[in-house]
Design a protein around this ligand. Structure first.
Ligand code: WT7
Length: 574
């Protein structure tokens, strides 16, 4: 239990939306939280309507919904404009024949158009599948194939990575760009938007109907399609209120891309359900740009990730001093363990406590958090949100007492819980195998005051810069390289990125190891799968440790790497 410390950073905010945490735990109920929405009586339920149209109708038509900027573009979109433009996109899809329940993917860099497309898709009851722009052909193919997507919104630059000819269900490619000459099966986004009406009959859906599919990695097999329903809005709204602490005049910035769940749950839904102004910054990470984004937009609430904070920290304190960050009042983090050192640094340079939050793609929304009104213990993820229970359970599902390490588990259900794994009911069931608890795959312990402390993953899933990478996907790509016979992939601890991807590779007979070959293999994964999934380190081995049934033993590779004992090798091949 080495991370537990007695260090406490006292609660600061007297006027936080969540007053007393203990009081809220006693009195809060999800059934009450639902009453915020009027769909009980009107029967009109749709996430995009609640996020945008409802505010536009309630007098916020001229309020900024989106403050977008990148290196070449800077744009304000009001709630009224967001309503009209997402309506137009809904009409574009309907004209193409896209229907409720169909899967529509969005594969493009951040831009205002991405958000019109995402909301418009949801408005007609189709299920949106956002894809991170760094994905290469194999990653795109796997996701479109598994979900049988009928349409994709992309850019001419990314189109070569969409293997249209191999995807029989994919009927429509909608291209966002200038001077598009749409070929067969293609449509020009801007031309179609220009012709479409800005009035739309929104598809009113059931709360359990499909909203979004986010693909994520496990330790085995291809990425899984995590399916979320419109019902998630209850949790997105509520956590936006009590965890992000959003109020009417907040300018909020979530730095995540919508290709990842943080970029939708907390980069789209939570801020807009709460009527806030949402800042989106396109382009790559650069400390100066990030601070300029905070300063020029007068950001008040900022949600980012440990790797970004660590990179900002290593960029130096003198950069911070060049900017006026006095608008900031609440800072949060998610995705990886947040180092106590980073929290201390944040207190020093931003004069802000960084609030760690824990959740996963599968949980759809925040579950264990630090709140403005609660003391922070640096290194702890915080306490379960009111309305949910978390526990540490053993491998049989028995609840363990404080200070014992075990499986971090959540009592089911909660409103934003995934509703299925696409095409894979048995994978879904696995999460609930321990007496009905949702088993996260993380190990943790709880201290005597109810704070949860992250200890690691119990499986082989790698978390590099907050991005979740399945070793199997990388291994599969590695063995496609003509020089590679076998490959095993692990996460290697790294001070900046949390973990980096390290591959152990055995070469085919007659192939000579060299640094050029290493570089070529890394490039092969980068260009075939995604940059963030490419190994930063490759080590050649004559043989890899395998079980008698031929499975590569990643835990032995990890032990080699860390210089630890290899443990029980009774199942190893010769
Ligand atoms: C895994 C989920 C949805 C958030 C973005 C990542 C790790 C997440 C924390 C935290 C330590 C964390 C866990 C989890 N993780 N938050 N505050 N402290 N680890 O979502 O890609 O589904 O990954 O990220 O290991 O299981 P994801």
């Amino acid at each position: 239990m080495s991370t537990e410390q007695d260090e406490i950073i006292r609660a600061v905010s007297q006027d936080a939306n969540l007053g007393s945490y203990e009081e809220a735990r006693r009195t809060f109920s999800w059934t009450d939280a639902e009453k915020h929405f009027t769909w009980h009586t009107t029967g009109k339920l749709n996430m995009a309507y609640e996020a945008i149209d409802r505010h536009a109708e309630a007098g916020l038509r001229h309020k900024a919904a989106l403050l977008y900027s990148d290196a070449t573009r800077s744009e304000t979109v009001t709630y009224g404009e967001m309503r009209d433009r997402s309506n137009r996109f809904g009409n574009v899809l309907r004209k193409l024949g896209v229907q409720k329940g169909d899967r529509v993917f969005i594969f493009m860099p951040r831009s205002p158009e991405l958000y019109y497309a995402l909301l418009g898709t949801i408005k007609i009851g189709a299920i949106v599948g956002p894809l991170f722009e760094a994905f290469m052909e194999q990653a795109v193919r796997d996701r479109l194939e598994d979900s049988e997507a009928v349409a994709i919104v992309t850019t001419p630059a990314l189109l070569p990575r969409v293997p249209v000819a191999d995807l029989p269900h994919l009927k429509h490619v909608i291209l966002v760009g200038d001077g598009i000459e749409a070929g067969p099966g293609q449509a020009d986004f801007h031309a179609e938007m220009g012709q479409a009406s800005d009035q739309l009959d929104i598809e009113w859906v059931d709360r359990e109907d499909g909203l979004i599919l986010h693909y994520t990695s496990g330790s085995t097999g291809k990425p899984k399609g995590v399916f979320h329903a419109h019902n998630a809005m209850i949790q997105h709204y509520y956590t936006g209120k009590i965890v992000l602490d959003l109020k009417a005049d907040d300018i909020y910035w979530c730095t995540a891309d919508p290709g990842w769940v943080t970029g939708t749950s907390y980069g789209v839904f939570a801020p807009w359900l709460n009527g806030a102004t949402n800042v989106i910054r396109g382009g790559r990470f650069k400390p100066q740009d990030w601070y300029a984004t905070l300063e020029s937009n007068k950001v008040t609430v900022w949600y980012s990730a440990p790797t970004s904070f660590r990179m900002l920290m290593s960029a130096g304190d003198d950069i911070v001093e060049q900017f006026d960050l006095s608008s900031l009042r609440h800072v949060l983090s998610v995705g990886e363990p947040l180092n106590p050192e980073v929290i201390r640094w944040g207190m020093h340079v931003y004069k802000q406590r960084i609030h760690d939050t824990w959740w996963m793609t599968e949980t759809g929304g925040q579950l264990i958090c630090n709140y403005p009104s609660m003391d922070i213990r640096p290194g702890s993820m915080g306490k379960p949100i009111p309305g949910t229970d978390a526990a540490i359970v053993d491998d049989e599902g028995n609840v363990l007492p404080p200070k014992r390490m075990g499986n971090l588990a959540i009592k089911t259900p909660w409103p934003s819980m995934m509703r299925k794994i696409w095409n894979n009911p048995s994978k879904y069931e696995e999460y609930f195998r321990l007496q009905g608890w949702y088993v996260s795959g993380d190990s943790a312990y709880m201290d005597e005051d109810g704070y949860f402390w992250f200890q690691g993953r119990v499986d082989d899933v790698i978390n590099t810069s907050g991005e979740r990478v399945g070793p199997f996907e990388v291994e599969s790509k590695l063995v496609e390289h003509p020089a590679v016979a076998e490959a095993g992939v692990i996460g290697k601890p790294d001070p900046l990125r949390g973990e980096i991807i390290k591959a152990f590779v055995s070469l085919r007979d007659g192939i000579e190891p060299s640094d050029e070959l290493k570089a070529d293999i890394a490039k092969f994964v980068k260009e075939g799968l995604a940059a963030h999934a490419a190994p930063r380190e490759i080590e050649f081995k004559d043989k890899l440790p395998k079980t008698r049934s031929g499975k590569i033993m990643r835990r032995v590779l990890k032990a080699w790497e860390l210089g630890l004992p290899t443990g029980d090798l009774s199942t190893i091949e010769d």
